[in-house]
Write a protein that binds this ligand. Structure first.
Ligand SMILES: [Zn+2]
Length: 462
């Protein structure tokens, strides 16, 4: 079980009359995360993730991994340092490289601190080439830090110089097979974003510096988003303006329903998928032996999810100015339990209830998901205020009314401000319901054709 008294959560205390030098633009989620001690600012544009936020990151990593595994993914780890000569071969070093960190080793050899790994993973396969068509498809993914020397870091984890990404690279025998892989991984992305319960839009995207033919972006809609999207108010279809080929003066119609009511919204890009073809495999010589034993270029796709950005953007969309609100599966804890204050007259009677709840709630939601605010030197009010700002899905207060002999009552606070007065069994029922909702999300019970879907993805591996 987790005790608040032991939790390293370095809240930012700014003296009332202090002059705060604003070094970067803050979003409300970033402001709350920093003030509450979940994230600390490192050097400009880098962030230190504190234990409570790390729990959320770890939960998202687990969720992403389970979806990647279902889509036939195999996890690998590639070095952060990629020799720049690989990027020379694919021509990407000739593009705009102002956002890349370059380092030299003592012999003068130059490396990129990789912002993405197409070259590295393709070169790795090239050194094992030719592989047999029988080994394909291959879907390799990793989760690790990525680097980008942003001119303007903004909104904390949403646009930082170092961030956590999941990147998958797929290798197939043909365009057609690469299309099948694309459909399977895209379905895994759709499923993941539904599990997070944050409204998202999926847009057809321009392929940009990645090259390739087909591409989609996943966006959370928020005023702090950096991309301008056009969304159809009839069917919800969204596209970015470059793809929709918007010209001033000429009316645009929705490519999906032909409706004409398209409005501009701002999007935060949280994931991106590409069919790459042989853009990387050809120059780097990554081949396979086809059925007639002839070497042929591998057909690739790549698939990214900004792990830390998903969390920051989800919080930005869901939270208020005063309180965080987490996607159910990403909340650091499910339940926060606040006991009576030291020396209060209800202390001994209420502590009996508190102990009973510690064991029963822990059993229902898992002891790791329970945060016990055992800082009894603090008033209930002070601890409750903090719990509400942190946005725990359920906060249970064992206060004066819990000491009533005949009918002990608990105060239960739900995130988004709802407050209930319940007896012990009713409170436990809420905890059980919350745990069940999480299970349903993890099992994707929102998918009607789940059985069919999962057998389809699993079948693709063989
Ligand atoms: Zn439409």
């Amino acid at each position: 079980m987790n005790k608040a008294s032991r939790l390293f959560c370095p809240a930012l205390i700014t003296p009332k009359n202090a002059v705060v030098k604003q070094t970067e633009q803050l979003s409300r989620s970033q402001k709350l995360l920093t003030e509450l001690g979940l994230v600390k600012s490192g050097s400009n544009g880098t962030y230190q993730i504190m234990p409570m936020a790390q729990r959320s990151v770890d939960k998202l990593v687990d969720l992403v991994q389970s979806n990647m595994q279902l889509a036939g993914g195999q996890k690998i780890t590639l070095p952060i340092l990629t020799p720049t000569n690989l990027w020379k071969k694919t021509g990407r070093l000739d593009g705009d490289i102002s956002e890349f960190y370059m380092v030299r080793d003592r012999s003068g050899k130059q490396f990129l601190m990789s912002p993405t790994h197409e070259e590295a993973v393709t070169a790795m396969l090239a050194t094992t080439s030719p592989i047999s068509y029988r080994q394909l498809p291959l879907r390799l993914y990793q989760i690790g830090p990525k680097f980008r020397d942003e001119l303007k870091t903004r909104f904390g984890l949403m646009r930082a110089k170092e961030f956590l990404m999941k990147d998958m690279y797929s290798f197939d025998v043909s365009e057609e097979k690469a299309g099948e892989t694309y459909a399977i991984v895209s379905a895994a992305y759709d499923r993941l974003f539904k599990q997070l319960e944050v409204p998202f839009v999926k847009v057809n995207a321009a392929t940009g510096m990645m090259g390739g033919s087909v591409s989609h972006e996943y966006h959370y809609i928020s005023p702090v988003g950096e991309d301008t999207l056009l969304q159809c108010s009839s069917c919800g279809f969204a596209g970015n303006s470059e793809v929709l080929d918007v010209k001033p003066e000429s009316p645009v119609s929705c490519p999906s329903c032909k409706g004409s009511d398209l409005k501009e919204v701002r999007g935060v890009e949280v994931a991106h998928t590409f069919v790459l073809g042989d853009k990387y495999s050809k120059p780097l010589g990554a081949t396979f032996l086809n059925t007639s034993g002839k070497p042929q270029s591998l057909v690739m796709g790549c698939y990214g999810i900004g792990i830390t950005r998903v969390i920051a953007a989800a919080l930005e969309v869901l939270s208020s100015e005063q309180e965080l609100y987490w996607p159910c599966l990403l909340a650091p804890y499910d339940v926060c339990l606040i006991g009576p204050k030291q020396g209060s007259k209800e202390q001994s009677a209420a502590e009996l209830i508190e102990n009973e709840l510690l064991s029963k709630v822990g059993k229902l939601c898992g002891h790791q998901e329970l945060l016990h605010d055992d800082r009894k030197e603090l008033t209930i009010g002070k601890r409750l205020l903090e719990a509400k700002r942190l946005g725990h899905p359920l906060t249970i207060v064992v206060g004066a009314k819990a000491a009533q002999q005949d009918s002990p009552l608990l105060e239960v606070h739900l995130s988004k401000g709802e407050k209930l007065e319940l007896d012990i069994n009713e409170a436990l029922k809420l905890v059980a319901e919350h745990s069940q909702h999480k299970k349903n999300l993890l099992n994707c019970s929102f998918l009607q054709d789940k059985e069919e879907y999962i057998s389809q993805s699993a079948g693709q591996q063989h």
